[in-house]
Write a protein that binds this ligand. Structure first.
Ligand SMILES: *Cc1c(COP(=O)(O)O)cnc(C)c1O
Length: 399
C-alpha cells in the first residue's frame, strides 16, 4: 500500500510580531495618540520615525508612509503627473492593485508582455512606448523578479518615460548592488501582511525628488503639517504642492508605524531566512525534466518570499490535476492558466476596467505557471518536503 506523504503547514500563516513590536503597539495604545500628527510636545511620533528609518535603510532622500501599497501607487502616479486619459505602461502579469491604481487616477493601462522569466519583455516595452506614446511606466517587480534595470532605464530615459517602481514584492532586493526602488523616479512598497513587513495594511513611498515628495505628502492628507514628517523635503518644496494637490486622506497611523519599526530592524535577517527556504525548494525541484525553474540572474540579489515554476509540457487538464493533487498533499499552489481567477487577481483578462489587449507571449507563460508563498513559519526542512511532494505530484500527473 502506498502512503501519501503530506505537508501540514499553512501557506498563509506569518510569524508572530517581534516582542518589541508588541510592546511598541501597547505603548501607542496606552498613549491614545494614534493619529500621526497627534504628538506630544517634543515627540517626533512613530510615523515620522519610521519614515526616517526607512529612508536611511533604502538609501534615498525622502520617504512618506501611507495606508497601503495601492495608495502609494495612486499617490505616486498623481504626483508624477498622471491624470485622466494618460496612458501608463505596466506589466501584463502583476496583481490587481497595479492596474487598479492606474484606473483609480483615470489613467489608461497599456500592458507590456512578460517573458519566461516573469520579467518585462524589454523589446515589447520599446515597441509599446513607440506605439502608445506613453510617458509613464509603472514597473511591477512581480514576485521579486527584477528586470535588467540598467537596460530598462536606458530605454525609458531615451524615450522620456518616467519610471515608477512597484516594490511590493522586492523590498530588500538588489539589482547589481543597488536597492530595488532606487532606479526610477519614485518607488512604492507595501507593508500588507503577505509582504516583507507586516502591519496588516500599509505602504511606503520613496523618492529623491523634493517636488515629487512634497506633492505626495500633500496628496496623502498632510493638513499642511508637513513639518511633522520624518523624511520629507524642506518647506520651500511645498510652495506649489500645498495649493495644487488634493487631500486624498491616506495617512499611516502611529500603531502601524510602531509595529513596523522593530520589523524593519530585523528585515535583513529575514531576507536571508527567506532565501534559505527558497534555495531548498529550488534544489529540490532542480533537474526534473518536466519542471522549468525561473532563472535568477547573477546581478539580482533576491528576496525569496515566494516560489514560481512552470510545467511547459503540461496541458490545462494536467495543470488542474497538479493543483488538485498538490492540495491533497497539503501544498497550496496557484495556477495562472485557469480561465477564471481563483484566489488571485493576476490575469489581465479579468481586469475588465482595462481595455482588452492581445498578449500572446504572456498568455503562453501563464498557461503553465505555478506559484506558492514561502512564509517564514516554514522551516527549511518543510521546504525540502514541499519540493519532494511537488515532484511526486508532477511525476504522478505527467507519467
Ligand atoms: C500587494 C501588492 C501591492 C500593494 O498592495 P496593498 O495590498 O495595497 O498594500 C502592489 N503591487 C503588487 C504586485 C502587490 O502584490
Amino acid at each position: 500500500m502506498s502512503v501519501t506523504r503530506c505537508f501540514s503547514g499553512s501557506f498563509t500563516q506569518q510569524e508572530a510580531l517581534p516582542p518589541k513590536a508588541v510592546a511598541a503597539a501597547v505603548a501607542v495604545l496606552q498613549g491614545g495618540r494614534l493619529h500621526r500628527y497627534n504628538v506630544a510636545p517634543g515627540e517626533a511620533g512613530e510615523v515620522a520615525l519610521l519614515e526616517a528609518e526607512f529612508r536611511d535603510w533604502q538609501g534615498c532622500e525622502y520617504c512618506l508612509a501611507v495606508t497601503s501599497g495601492g495608495q502609494a501607487l495612486q499617490i505616486a502616479l498623481r504626483a508624477c503627473g498622471v491624470t485622466a486619459g494618460t496612458p501608463v505602461l505596466t506589466n501584463a502579469f502583476t496583481l490587481a492593485p497595479v492596474p487598479g491604481a492606474i484606473a483609480a487616477v483615470g489613467g489608461c493601462t497599456v500592458l507590456v508582455e512578460i517573458d519566461e522569466t516573469l520579467r518585462l519583455d524589454l523589446s515589447d516595452l520599446e515597441k509599446k512606448i513607440a506605439e502608445s506614446g506613453a510617458r509613464f511606466l509603472l514597473l511591477s517587480h512581480m514576485r521579486g523578479h527584477l528586470c535588467d534595470m540598467e537596460r530598462v532605464m536606458r530605454i525609458c530615459d531615451a524615450a522620456g518615460v518616467t519610471v515608477i517602481e512597484d516594490c511590493a514584492h522586492s523590498m530588500g532586493a538588489h539589482w547589481n548592488g543597488h536597492r530595488s526602488g532606487n532606479f526610477g523616479k519614485v518607488a512604492c512598497f507595501s507593508t500588507q501582511t503577505y509582504k516583507h513587513l507586516n502591519s496588516g495594511e500599509g505602504g511606503l513611498l520613496t523618492t529623491n525628488d523634493p517636488k515629487l515628495a512634497s506633492r505626495a505628502t500633500v496628496l496623502s492628507g498632510s493638513y499642511m503639517l508637513f513639518d511633522r514628517h520624518g523624511a520629507g523635503p524642506e518647506a520651500e518644496a511645498f510652495a506649489e504642492a500645498r495649493y495644487e494637490m488634493p487631500n486624498c486622506s491616506a495617512r499611516m497611523d502611529a500603531l502601524r508605524a510602531a509595529i513596523l519599526r522593530p520589523q524593519l530592524a530585523g528585515l535583513a535577517r529575514n531576507v536571508d531566512r527567506w532565501n534559505k527556504r527558497y534555495c531548498r525548494v529550488e534544489q529540490g525541484l532542480r533537474g526534473h525534466r518536466q519542471i522549468a525553474l525561473i532563472h535568477r540572474p547573477a546581478r539580482e540579489s533576491m528576496v525569496g518570499s515566494s516560489f514560481q515554476f512552470r510545467l511547459p509540457t503540461f496541458a490545462p487538464e494536467q495543470c488542474r490535476a497538479v493543483l488538485r493533487a498538490a492540495a491533497l498533499r497539503g501544498v497550496e499552489l496557484k495556477w495562472f492558466g485557469d480561465s477564471e481567477p481563483h484566489g488571485f487577481t493576476s490575469s489581465h483578462s479579468s481586469w475588465r476596467y482595462v481595455s482588452p489587449q492581445a498578449l500572446p507571449r504572456t498568455d503562453g507563460v501563464l498557461t503553465t505557471l505555478f506559484d506558492m508563498r514561502l512564509p517564514l513559519t516554514f522551516s527549511e526542512a518543510d521546504c525540502t518536503l514541499i519540493a519532494t511532494l511537488i515532484r511526486d505530484v508532477v511525476d504522478e500527473v505527467g507519467s
